[in-house]
Write a protein that binds this ligand. Structure first.
Ligand code: MCA
Ligand code: AMP
Length: 503
């Protein structure tokens, strides 16, 4: 039987929370609430503002904004009219945003007031963290609601993600991708209307925006909507909450508080971790301290969630569990053959969760999948006899710091351009707080002044690169280790600098 693909994601979510319109959707840190009815109304008004600004089905709306109910309503407003929501990390610099805007060619940009935007002739509306700005001004003068478009766009949202080489690519996520993933997860993780989700993630990634919010909306449950992860605020919000989703850094930061323990978690039924590897030591320490076994799951921007440890059944530290409903995974060798049980290969995935392709890059889309439609994740892993996946790193140099992806090449290209630098190699090494910490190893020209070189490199990065990507350690060395082919041996560098942040 062919599955019925819904046209419009908002109408799917709306139908799911239709009997909860009086119920709390977002509870903010100051205690104020936004009901499901409020968000339904606000998103309808925002949809009208978008239409007034010429945004139609399939048009991109780029948003680089803080975490607020208005930002959520903007996303939902886009869904209502079939516009494609493109969320950008708040930390991106003007240069970085310029690339995304040039690539996405949005009809409208929404940005924080006072932040210069490389907009050209594109209209820019503003939205501050309190929900004010010109976007809100238009909402308040706009009386009418824009009802859900009969047809949603095939692409509901687009998020940028990079490869090891080349520029970031816009991953086009369809209504089917997002509905199938959220439906499977809400079921698998046992979400009900009685749940209270503690939300401290940013909302410019799959994790905080789609996984967390869609699961809650599909069950009409309350979301404790914190502006960011801050240990004190999270501990204050935990009593009464039942589920939290986080990156591993959330858990190691909670554990770093000696007084954190069972008493903080009395109402909790589930802690979920993903976006980066959760170390076995954090997993076990969390169980010892709280009695909870963190449920680890695995996903990617292009695929949403792929696998999850079970809600009922064994959650094994160091493994990411079984494929979600309708998702198929396989582990293949370099020759493309299926690896035997237990053998490490590249993880490939197929299913309704796999994206529609990279925006405007058919060649890159084709190169990322096999002829039979499987998407090549680039992650290395192995399958147990009963189909449980264990990840064991990546086939690429990707660095994951605090759940954020950092691509060495992007930093190396900037560092190599600094006068006085011959070459550089950027690596990730263990960091007790962030998982990976970024280290740049730089070769300077003969006779250079090391201090001046480091200052020049930092100054260059400042203007061009989001702060979270900046190397936490910079080493200037006489040369880089190379193999017989002349290729820089990053594995050797990772060993050399392994203890940089841990001693
Ligand atoms: C902030 N900084 C960082 C990071 N975050 N540096 C390295 N790695 C980071 N992740 C830097 C800032 O630039 C700043 O630098 C300094 O740290 C303090 O900034 P602040 O905002 O105070 O940081 P924080 O609040 O301590 O944030 C750390 C964090 C946050 C809580 C770990 O980064 C976070 O919420 N991460 C979650 C990311 C996430 O949602 N990932 C999901 C994407 P300076 O002082 O130099 O200015 S992956 C995904 O969606 C896939 C599908 C999946 O599987 O889930
Ligand atoms: P992104 O491109 O931001 O979507 O990041 C996706 C990548 O994060 C995946 O390809 C994995 O390398 C990594 N990732 C996500 N979840 C996990 C996990 N539970 N354990 C290890 N790595 C993970």
């Amino acid at each position: 039987m062919t599955a019925i693909v819904p046209d419009n994601l908002y109408s799917v979510l709306r139908a799911a929370f239709a009997d909860q319109l009086e119920g709390v959707f977002l509870r903010l840190a100051d205690g104020s609430v936004v009901t499901y009815g409020d968000i339904d109304d606000l998103s309808a008004r925002l949809a009208a503002v978008l239409v007034e600004h010429g945004v139609g089905c399939g048009d991109r709306v780029v948003a680089q904004v803080g975490k607020s109910p208005m930002a959520v309503a903007l996303y939902l407003g886009c869904l209502r009219i079939g516009a494609v929501y493109v969320a950008l990390n708040e930390g991106y610099t003007f240069d970085e945003v310029a690339y995304f805007v040039a690539d996405a060619e949005p009809r409208l940009i929404v940005a924080r007031p006072g932040v210069p935007m490389p907009a050209g002739s594109t209209t820019v509306l503003t939205l501050d963290d309190a929900g004010g700005g010109t976007l809100a001004d238009h909402v308040s003068v706009t009386a009418r609601r824009q009802e859900i478009a009969a047809m949603g766009g095939r692409t509901a949202a687009m998020l940028y993600t990079s490869g090891t080489t080349g520029k970031p690519k816009g991953a086009m996520l369809t209504t089917e991708n997002l509905v199938s993933n959220a439906t499977a997860l809400a079921e698998l993780w046992g979400f009900s209307g009685d749940d209270v989700l503690l939300h401290a993630l940013p909302i410019f990634h799959v994790h905080g925006q789609f996984i967390a919010l869609h699961c809650a909306m599909l069950r009409g449950c309350e979301v404790r909507f914190l502006p960011r992860f801050e240990v004190g605020a999270v501990r204050r919000a935990l009593p009464g909450a039942t589920v939290m989703m986080g990156v591993p850094t959330f858990y190691s930061r909670l554990l770093a508080e000696p007084s954190f323990g069972v008493d903080d978690c009395v109402s909790m039924r589930l802690f979920i971790s993903g976006s980066a590897p959760l170390t076995e030591s954090v997993h076990h320490a969390f169980t010892a301290r709280t009695g909870h076994r963190i449920l680890e799951r695995y996903g990617m921007t292009e695929t949403g969630m792929i696998t999850s440890n079970p809600l009922h059944g064994e959650r094994i530290a160091g493994t990411v569990g079984y494929p979600l409903t309708d998702v198929v995974i396989r582990v293949v060798s370099e020759t493309g053959d299926a690896c035997p049980t237990g053998e490490i290969g590249v993880v490939e995935v197929a299913g309704p969760n796999v994206f529609a392709g990279y925006w405007g890059m058919p060649d890159k889309t084709a190169a990322s999948s096999r002829p039979d439609g499987f998407f090549v994740t680039g992650d290395l892993g192995s399958l147990s006899a009963d189909g449980r996946l264990t990840l064991s790193g990546r086939g690429t140099d990707l660095i994951i710091s605090g759940g954020l992806n950092i691509y060495p090449k992007e930093i190396e290209l900037l560092v190599d351009d600094v006068p006085g630098v011959i070459e550089s190699a950027v690596i990730g090494v263990p960091h007790p707080d962030l998982g990976d910490g970024v280290v740049a190893v730089v070769v300077g020209e003969p006779g250079h002044d090391t201090e001046a070189l480091v200052t020049a490199i930092r100054a260059t990065l400042d203007g061009h690169l989001a702060r979270f990507k900046h190397p936490k350690h910079l080493a200037v060395v006489p040369d880089l280790p190379r193999n017989a082919m002349g290729k820089v041996e990053k594995a050797t560098l990772r060993r050399t600098y392994a203890a940089t942040f841990t001693t």
